[in-house]
Design a protein around this ligand. Structure first.
Ligand code: SAM
Length: 293
């Protein structure tokens, strides 16, 4: 069966179309939010922070930014001091409406990182999200390595823009070294969890780290190699012996609604249409693995 017909059978593909989302991966973020209450602008989240500024790294075609915009940009929005979302991707994105600034650039380049940081004019964001995925080569080790580099760049940028207590959500591939990544993230954040959409293909190693409670002593790591150098006591992300990994008890929690995500009642939201882009979304309810110190 071809890819198109497979997509068309997918409930989240259809619901994304019905709800005007640019990609069905919108539901991944919605369901992570349902579990972690990350960026609800009206209620307080677990860190006690009201999200007013957010960064969406690797944002195209823009469905995660649409979710952010729905959550943060309310009717009282004003340009002067309203909520602010910065969406960044290698690819150009169609406008995401008021309050969402689109930057075209490579997040692994220092220039892009600097323009994201500059955008905040010294203010900090309460949330950074990253759904980055490089073009896959099919060579497993290379794909995992490139994804790791993307994640390191996202973390380095995050240390410049995230406020004390802020949250970071990022796509990961659960490969060989993922235990070390969790351990290092736990140094920087009070709480680190892993959410895995349950309808993800069994063959997919995609999951999302949900990191809450940023410790600002890790702010402003050098943009090149910063993550490694600051955490040298624990060893670098890629070059540490397995013996260096601090063992953690890993509670496993399955949660989420297996019936899928309901289309909101009422008229379909009016959103701009964009050109069709390829994306590898698998949306669904979530299984959560928690790592707590
Ligand atoms: N979250 C998005 C959404 O909901 O619409 C989907 C993101 S898509 C799965 C992955 C994106 O990562 C692609 O648009 C790709 O261009 C972007 N990407 C990959 N490498 C990148 C890099 N080095 N810098 C910026 N964006 C990158």
């Amino acid at each position: 069966m071809g890819r198109l017909s497979k997509d068309k059978r997918d409930v989240f593909y259809r619901r994304a179309k019905e709800s005007g989302y640019r990609a069905r991966s919108a539901y991944k973020l919605l369901q992570i939010d349902a579990e972690f209450n990350l960026f609800n602008a009206s209620d307080k989240n677990e860190s006690g922070l009201r999200v007013r500024r957010a960064v969406d790294l690797c944002a195209a075609p823009g469905s995660w930014s649409q979710v952010l915009s729905d959550k943060l940009i309310t009717e009282e929005y004003n340009e002067e001091d309203g909520p602010c979302i910065v969406a960044v991707d290698l690819q150009m994105m169609a406008s995401l409406g008021p309050g969402v600034e689109c930057i075209q650039g490579d997040i692994t380049s220092v220039t892009t990182a600097e323009s994201i940081i500059k955008h905040f004019k010294g203010e900090k964001a309460e949330l950074v999200i990253c759904d980055g995925a490089p073009d896959v080569t099919g060579l497993h080790d290379i794909d995992e390595y490139v994804q790791g580099q993307l994640l390191l760049s996202a973390i380095n940028i995050t240390t410049h823009v995230l406020c004390e207590g802020g949250s970071f959500v990022a796509k990961i591939f659960r490969g060989r070294d993922v235990g070390l990544l969790y351990t290092q993230l736990r140094l920087m954040f009070k709480k680190v969890s892993v959410a895995k959409p349950s309808s993800s293909r069994n063959s997919s190693i995609e999951a999302f780290v949900v990191c809450q409670g940023f410790d600002s002593k890790f702010s402003n790591l050098p943009l090149e190699g910063g993550f490694d150098s600051k955490l040298s006591g624990v060893g670098s992300f890629r070059e540490t012996d397995e013996d260096d990994i601090i063992p953690s008890i890993v509670p496993f929690l399955a949660c989420g609604d297996l019936t899928g995500y309901k289309v909101p009642e009422g008229p379909k939201p009016k959103r701009k249409k964009v050109d069709k882009q390829s994306h590898d979304e698998e949306c669904c309810s979530v299984n959560v693995v928690k790592y707590e110190s």
